[in-house]
Design a protein around this ligand. Structure first.
Ligand SMILES: Cc1cc2nc3c(=O)[nH]c(=O)nc-3n(C[C@H](O)[C@H](O)[C@H](O)COP(=O)(O)OP(=O)(O)OC[C@H]3O[C@@H](n4cnc5c(N)ncnc54)[C@H](O)[C@@H]3O)c2cc1C
Length: 430
């Protein structure tokens, strides 16, 4: 078999880049080792930049009829008696119009919708289940059932997640950090009060709640590293009690979770490949970068990187440019990833450490952040992915010394990524 672009992995990253390419008539073969779309929770929060990219790709309609949206995230810090020490909120409505909300859609639905779109094009071939094993001189070796197959390619994209074999075969090193905590995650029918995001923390506990379509709620609960086995030995009442004590409205709802098997363990890691590109090889999504899930960014970065690489490959084919132009993808996307990776890491540290003194410092910093319009706007704007508004030395001072500023929206627009920021190589290729 032979193809122009060979994609390893049919996750959100692989499917996004495949859709861009086949829409422009480029020949794509994708291998996916799993026989199905996967029912495990693997990210549902869709940030504003990703929503903008869905609109550019012409798939906004099919997604917007399936997802549920929210624009507020309420933050609570509870004391030892589980009484609020701080309750405040941040609002996506302060972002530049029209992307003033985030959306929630189960991961398998996101993949199902992308797959449905991509399958409409004749230049797309999906080999599933089939496993990529190795590559040699522009040929990929794959295993499909008992059969071994070879695919000759012009470009290969490693989109097969954190344990990328393409990355390994290309000899690209990665940096990896494992956190001192894990999360339990489960979804169940939501009480009426869960209409937006909630982050609830005590000196040693954290619960996050986000509304899902069809009246469900996604929950994530922080546990210490290694505690999972001990938790699973407890009756489910132990689990229910933790949830209900932090968010009493969950009583009568969390009990619909009937077995431990329904509760998934989520292990946060931060991992960054030293390069995203080598010759005619590119890495996207978790194969290139994986971030702490606190800010709900991994899937978004995967889609945003796939969009960038897809647009670049289209231009390389249409303008007959060589492999050396592939590095534009890394130049655009890597600095965005670094910025989001740092924010996600900070979120992980803020809630991951325990103790009264740590909670006091976190509560103070949160108060300063929530009381300072510019700082809060910068934080929200940056996690939205719509642009990057740099933090200044003055901002660090603000975190320890209260000051109020106004007129934030105009500056957001100044830092918002336009088409020339998303696809800057086009100016050189004109
Ligand atoms: C529990 C959990 C919760 C998360 N929550 C969020 C969230 O709320 N928001 C967010 O933005 N992100 C979240 N993330 C991160 C997000 O899921 C990932 O960043 C995103 O799915 C990465 O997509 P991907 O396509 O790069 O990789 P993957 O989704 O890992 O897809 C890779 C695909 O490649 C296939 N594959 C692997 N090896 C081979 C091979 N050798 N041959 C063929 N196929 C292969 C796999 O079967 C898989 O389908 C979460 C992740 C986890 C694990």
């Amino acid at each position: 078999m032979k193809t122009q672009v060979f994609i390893v992995g049919g996750g959100v990253a692989g499917l996004t880049v495949a859709l861009k390419l086949v829409k422009r008539g480029i020949d794509v073969i994708m291998v996916e080792k799993s026989p199905h779309l996967g029912h495990a929770y693997k990210g549902e929060l869709i940030q504003p930049k990703t929503i903008q990219l869905f609109e550019r790709a012409g798939i906004y309609e099919s997604f917007s009829t399936a997802w549920t949206t929210f624009s507020t995230i309420e933050t609570s810090e509870l004391n030892a008696h589980l009484q609020p020490m701080l309750r405040s909120s941040m609002d996506y409505k302060q972002l530049p119009a029209p992307f003033q909300y985030a959306a929630m859609l189960p991961h398998s639905d996101i993949k199902r919708l992308l797959l449905k779109e991509v399958k409409r094009y004749d230049t797309f071939t999906l080999l599933q289940p089939a496993t990529f094993e190795k590559m040699e001189e522009n040929r990929a070796f794959i295993k499909q059932g008992k059969q071994k197959r070879t695919v000759a390619f012009e470009f290969i994209i490693g989109a097969e997640g954190v344990n990328s074999r393409v990355r390994e075969q290309a000899g690209i090193e990665r940096q990896r950090h494992v956190y001192e905590h894990d999360f339990l995650t489960v979804s169940f029918p939501a009480p009426d009060v869960v209409k937006h995001g909630h982050l609830i923390a005590t000196k040693d506990r954290f619960l996050g709640l986000f509304p899902l379509p069809n009246g469900y709620v996604r929950t994530v609960y922080l546990i210490r590293k290694g505690e999972y086995k001990a938790w699973r030995k407890e009756p489910l009442q132990f689990f229910y009690d933790h949830y209900v004590s932090l968010f009493p409205a969950l009583d009568g709802h969390v009990q619909t979770v009937k077995e431990w098997r329904a509760i998934q363990l989520m292990v946060p890691i931060r991992q960054h490949a030293n390069h995203y590109v080598k010759d005619n090889i590119a890495l996207i999504g978790d194969a290139a970068h994986s971030v702490h899930p606190m800010a709900g960014e991994g899937m978004n970065l995967a889609i945003q990187g796939a969009d960038c690489l897809g647009e670049l490959l289209i231009d390389l084919y249409e303008k007959r440019k060589g492999n050396e132009f592939l590095t534009h993808y890394e130049s655009v996307h890597r600095k965005r990833v670094k910025a989001i990776m740092n924010l996600s890491h900070l979120g992980g540290l803020a809630y991951g450490k325990e103790g009264k003194a740590w909670q006091r410092s976190r509560t103070f910093a949160l108060k300063q952040l929530l009381n300072n319009e510019t700082l809060l706007a910068k934080y929200l704007f940056n996690i939205s992915g719509l642009g990057f508004w740099p933090f200044s030395v003055k901002d660090s001072v603000t975190l320890v010394k209260r000051s109020k500023t106004t007129r934030v929206v105009n500056q957001m627009e100044q830092y918002q990524y336009g088409l020339d920021d998303d696809y800057p190589w086009r100016q050189q290729m004109r």
